[in-house]
Ligand binder design. Structure first.
Ligand code: ADP
Ligand code: ASP
Ligand code: MG
Length: 340
């Protein structure tokens, strides 16, 4: 089994979705494949933005809502062939946007946007994209179906950054795959709590959805398909000469991503690292490029440094003074205060 995750840019337009369908269909000739997709590029930001507009009592959220709805409708229009399936897809889009409209109206009326409501709203992007993309696979002649990850991935109720209950989620995933055939197209990023509330795994969390699936299924590889040809030596938006790192260890990749290399959501490494499943980072727009392989036996770098990354908005706290010398419990008080 290979688990392939496609990020926002890779699914941002009908042309890009066709590229994805081609990549996955080729792989599915020789291996079982599972697909995880993000919301269409920019959609999660747009959903959060219009929720905030509604919360602040700004009517213009309705315009932003209509733009978002039209974007999904025109993707269906361009992507799918005329027929019953396309009509059903339009109906699904219509009913999800009706649901979203009601919730936003509620937010607008009470001027309140709780983390729980925001999680419910921000998950619409993946529910839409995964459903639409599953239909594209079917029209391409594949056996495929949409999976609402909220049914399988169970978390606590830390809305916005929910923690996964691996024992429940893993058995749900295994049960699902024991009873399903064809390409399963998962909505990334979304999950649900034990009481059935919608939760999300944090911004960039579709990588994590894919990692959870890969680990549960003992996949041969977790492939992260994105808009750059691998993990690069630096952020390409800041360093023009950054180039792909061919091989890197889990530890190094974790450090780079934790400290700012956005290409991989840091929590995604742990589940696959534990099972020794390699991660391959690939470019949807240049599939022939080698990409980056993250594994335990990554060759040592030729240069003393693999790469560098940077994070903004850091606070440096320096606590010093004679009154601390020999006083028991200083560290506990400092870290306790920071923790609180
Ligand atoms: P996706 O939507 O596919 O998940 P992301 O936008 O989350 O894609 O991550 C890919 C982006 O991460 C790249 O377009 C690049 O601008 C940025 N990035 C920052 N640092 C790095 C790095 N060291 N290597 C590769 N990409 C990086
Ligand atoms: N769509 C979500 C986000 O923008 C998750 C993801 O793309 O990984 O954060
Ligand atoms: Mg990402």
């Amino acid at each position: 089994m290979k688990v392939l995750k496609f990020g926002g840019t890779s699914v941002a337009s009908p042309q890009n979705i066709r590229k994805l369908v081609k990549i996955v269909s080729q792989k599915s000739q020789t291996s079982k494949v599972t697909v995880v997709v993000s919301a269409f590029g920019g959609v999660t930001d747009a959903l959060i933005g219009l929720s905030e507009l509604a919360q602040s009592g700004n009517f213009s959220y309705q315009e932003a809502f209509e733009t978002l709805k039209k974007r999904h409708q025109s993707t269906v229009e361009e992507l799918l062939l005329e027929g019953e399936q396309k009509e059903e897809c339009f109906l699904l889009v219509e009913s999800l946007f009706e649901e979203l409209k009601d919730i936003l109206h509620g937010v607008f009326l009470v001027r309140e946007l709780s983390p729980k409501t925001l999680d419910f709203i921000s998950g619409f992007g993946e529910r839409l994209s995964a459903y639409i993309i599953a239909q594209a696979f079917i029209q391409h002649g594949e056996k495929a179906n949409f999976v609402d990850s909220r049914k399988l991935i169970v978390t606590d109720e830390e809305f916005g950054n929910a923690k996964v209950d691996f024992s429940i989620s893993n058995s749900n995933i295994l049960r699902h795959f024991a009873n399903s055939q064809g390409i399963q197209v998962f909505a990334g990023f979304i999950s649900s709590s034990k009481t059935g509330q919608s939760t999300t795994l944090g911004r960039g969390g579709s990588d994590y959805t894919a990692a959870i699936l890969a680990a549960a299924l003992q996949a041969d590889v977790l492939e992260i398909w994105t808009d750059v040809s691998g993990m690069l030596t630096a952020d390409p938006r800041k360093v023009k000469k950054a180039f792909p790192i061919a091989q890197i260890s889990y530890q190094e990749a974790l450090e780079l991503s934790y400290f700012g290399a956005k290409v991989l959501y840091p929590p995604s490494i742990q589940p696959v690292y534990q099972k020794n499943i390699p991660i391959l980072i690939k470019n949807t727009f240049e599939p022939e490029a080698e990409g980056t392989l993250i594994s335990t036996d990554a060759k040592l770098a030729e240069r003393p440094m693999r790469g560098w990354s940077a994070i903004k908005n850091i606070a440096w706290l320096n606590l010093s003074g004679n009154g601390m010398v020999g006083i028991t419990g200083i560290s506990m008080r400092l870290f306790g205060a920071l923790g609180r």
